[in-house]
Design a protein around this ligand. Structure first.
Ligand code: HEM
Length: 141
């Protein structure tokens, strides 16, 4: 079936639309390159370790399972709950918006259909909002 016929979120259709593991890896590499280079993302970049190698690996493997593909994060690193994994960080709405902006730019650089690009960003906003709720909000809301 073509992409137009299978709703995203069914089976591994989102994983496939994202370009499988290689596509997700490219997306995440670009996401962290953009975070590293953009002034708006300086604060959230500073929350990460200086070397982003493990951050890239973790987000890539997590997104694989999250998009309906192989659950590679759990296999390598064990179980994870995204909001709790960020509880120690001070993430307010500015930090959430900076994260989503880096994702938006990285998604735009991928050869995705407009429908999938819009869907993916909208879906990522859901856990991003949950992260915001559990984090110690520095008062930017
Ligand atoms: C709301 C904005 C977000 C910010 C500012 C943010 C920031 C961060 C930071 C700074 C780390 C590294 C933590 C550390 O090394 O101690 C991290 C880890 C991680 N983030 Fe986020 N994040 C956000 C949202 C998300 C979302 C929406 C997802 C998934 C869809 C995600 C997935 C991950 C994963 C898988 C890790 C690795 C966790 C681990 O170390 O086991 N993040 N994030």
């Amino acid at each position: 079936m073509s992409e137009a016929e299978v709703p995203f979120g069914t089976g591994d259709s989102s994983f496939q639309a994202a370009g499988g593991l290689d596509g997700i890896r490219s997306l995440v590499d670009d996401f962290y390159r953009i975070m590293d280079e953009s002034r708006e993302a300086e604060i959230i970049r500073g929350m990460h370790p200086p070397d982003l190698k493990e951050s890239r690996d973790k987000l890539t493997l997590f997104l694989s399972g999250w998009l309906g593909g192989p659950k590679l994060f759990a296999e390598k690193y064990g179980p994870i709950k995204i909001p709790m994994a960020h509880k120690h960080l001070a993430i307010g709405s500015n930090e959430r918006d900076a994260w989503l902006l880096c994702m938006k730019k990285a998604i735009q650089n991928r050869p995705y259909s407009e429908a999938f690009a819009d869907y993916l960003l909208a879906q990522l906003r859901i856990p991003a909002d949950r992260v915001l709720q559990v984090s110690r909000d520095p008062g930017s809301d």
